[in-house]
Ligand binder design. Structure first.
Ligand code: HEM
Length: 360
C-alpha cells in the first residue's frame, strides 16, 4: 500500500523548487493520519516562525541568499535530485555528510569546517569517525554551478545543509526551510574529529558528545533516527557481531531472529565493505520505523541499540509509540526538523570558499 502523504510534506503539492519531486497521494490516509500530519505541519510552521526570530538574531537567516543569489536553493535542489536519480543512496550519503560537517568542532558558531578536510594526510576527513563519509562530488558540483552565477557568495557549509534538507524530502521525509549564512572553516586537523560520536561509544559518551554540541538526549535519539535511510558497511558491525565488549561473542541486545541474517551478510573475516540496510525493512523511506526497530532489538548499528538501554533515551523513543501517541503524542517529523535546525547551528567562523575542495 502506498504511504499516506500530507500536502505539507510535499505529497500532493507541485514539487518545491528546492525539495524535489514526490508523488501526490492522499487516498490511503486515515482520518488519524491526516490529523497527526496536520498537527505536525502546525508544529513545524510554528517552529519555523520561532526559529526565524532566533536565527536572525545570530548570523543564520531564512532566505539569506534571496537578494545575493536567488537561485542558490534551486541550484542545490536540482543537483541533488539529479545525483539521486543516478544513485538512490545519495540522499542518505548527503544527510550523513551534514551530520559530520556539523560535528567537527565545538563551541564555535556559524561556520562549518568539514571542508577543511581536503588538505593533506592529517586533515580531518581522514579521522576514523569520518570513514565512509561521501557526497563531496555532489556538493562540489552544486558549488561550481553557484560560482558560475554568483561567485564567492554561497558557502560550502550552506550547500551541505541545503542538500541534507533536500535529501530528507527526496526520501519522503518532512519538508522544511533551512536558515543559511554559514561560512566555511579555515583549518583542518585530524585531531578535531575526536568529538565525533563513535558507533561503539557507551550511551553516556554519546550523550556527552551531543551535550558538548548543545544537543540534548532527545536530539540524540531523534537525530540518530536519520538512520531511517541508508546503509552501513559490515566494517562497523564486526565488533558487535563477533567481539562484543567485555566478554567477546555477540551483543546480547541483538534480537535472536535478526542475528543469523546479520551474521550471514557480514560473516567473520568476510568482506567488510559489504553494505547492510540500517533500518531493516524500510531503508529507503524516511519514517519512524527505525525507532520501532530499535525498540524491538532490530537496531543494526550499535550506537542505535544503546538508545534503547538507557532510561532517558528509551523514554524518548517510547513517546512516539504510546497508546495515544497517534493522536496526542509528539510528531517524529516535527521533532526531527527541530533537532536538525539545532544541529545546523554548530560550526565555526570562516570564509566563503571559491571551491569546496580547498581553502581560498
Ligand atoms: C549517534 C551518533 C551516530 C553514530 C555513532 C553514527 C554512525 C554511523 C555509522 C557507523 C554509519 C555507517 C557508515 C558507513 O558504513 O558508510 C552511519 C550511517 C549513516 N548515518 Fe549515522 N551516526 C550517528 C548519527 C547520525 C546523525 C545525527 C545523522 C544525521 C542527522 C546520521 C546519518 C546517517 C545516515 C543517513 C547514514 C547512512 C549513510 C549511507 O547510506 O551511506 N547519523 N552512521
Amino acid at each position: 500500500m502506498q504511504t499516506c502523504i500530507h500536502p505539507f510534506f510535499g505529497g500532493s503539492l507541485p514539487a518545491s523548487p528546492h525539495t524535489g519531486l514526490r508523488p501526490g497521494y492522499l487516498a490511503s490516509c486515515s482520518v488519524f493520519d491526516l490529523y497527526r500530519q496536520a498537527m505536525a505541519s502546525v508544529v513545524i510552521a510554528l517552529l519555523v516562525l520561532t526559529c526565524s526570530v532566533g536565527f536572525s538574531q545570530g548570523r543564520l537567516q531564512f532566505g539569506f541568499y534571496d537578494k545575493t543569489c536567488p537561485q542558490a536553493e534551486s541550484i542545490v535542489g536540482s543537483v541533488v535530485r539529479e545525483a539521486a536519480l543516478s544513485n538512490s543512496n545519495v540522499p542518505a550519503v548527503l544527510l550523513r555528510l551534514h551530520f559530520h560537517d556539523c560535528f567537527v568542532e565545538v563551541n564555535q558558531i556559524f561556520s562549518f569546517s568539514f571542508f577543511r578536510s581536503y588538505n593533506g594526510p592529517n586533515s580531518e576527513r581522514h579521522a576514523f569517525g569520518h570513514q565512509g563519509v561521501g557526497g563531496f562530488d555532489v556538493v562540489e558540483k552544486a558549488k561550481a554551478q553557484l560560482e558560475a552565477v554568483c561567485p564567492g557568495v554561497v558557502s560550502c557549509a550552506d550547500i551541505v545543509a541545503l542538500a541534507a534538507r533536500d535529501a530528507v524530502a527526496l526520501a519522503n521525509g518532512p519538508e522544511y526551510q533551512v536558515p543559511t549564512g554559514r561560512r566555511d572553516g579555515r583549518i583542518s586537523d585530524v585531531s578535531l574529529a575526536k568529538d565525533m560520536p563513535d558507533v561503539g561509544d557507551s550511551i553516556q559518551l554519546l550523550k556527552n558528545k551531543f551535550l558538548q554540541k548543545g544537543l540534548s538526549e532527545k536530539d540524540l535519539v531523534v537525530l540518530s533516527a536519520a538512520h531511517t535511510i541508508g546503509t552501513t558497511a559490515c566494517f562497523f558491525m564486526t565488533k558487535r557481531l563477533y567481539n562484543f565488549f567485555p566478554s567477546g561473542g555477540t551483543d546480547p541486545g541483538i534480537n535472536p531472529s535478526l542475528l543469523p541474517q546479520l551474521q550471514a551478510t557480514c560473516p567473520q573475516n568476510g568482506d567488510v565493505n559489504v553494505r547492510v540496510p540500517i533500518d531493516i525493512g524500510s531503508e529507503r523511506e524516511f519514517d519512524s520505523h527505525i525507532l520501532q526497530n530499535i525498540r524491538n532489538g532490530f537496531a543494526v548499528l550499535e550506537s542505535d541499540a544503546r538508545l534503547n538501554d538507557d532510561e532517558a533515551t528509551r523514554s524518548v523513543i517510547d513517546s512516539y509509540f504510546g497508546l495515544l501517541s497517534p493522536l496526542f503524542g509528539p510528531s517524529f517529523e516535527a521533532d526531527f526538523v527541530a533537532s536538525m535546525l539545532k544541529m545546523g547551528q554548530i560550526g565555526v567562523q570562516g570564509e566563503i570558499r571559491r571551491s569546496c575542495l580547498a581553502f581560498n
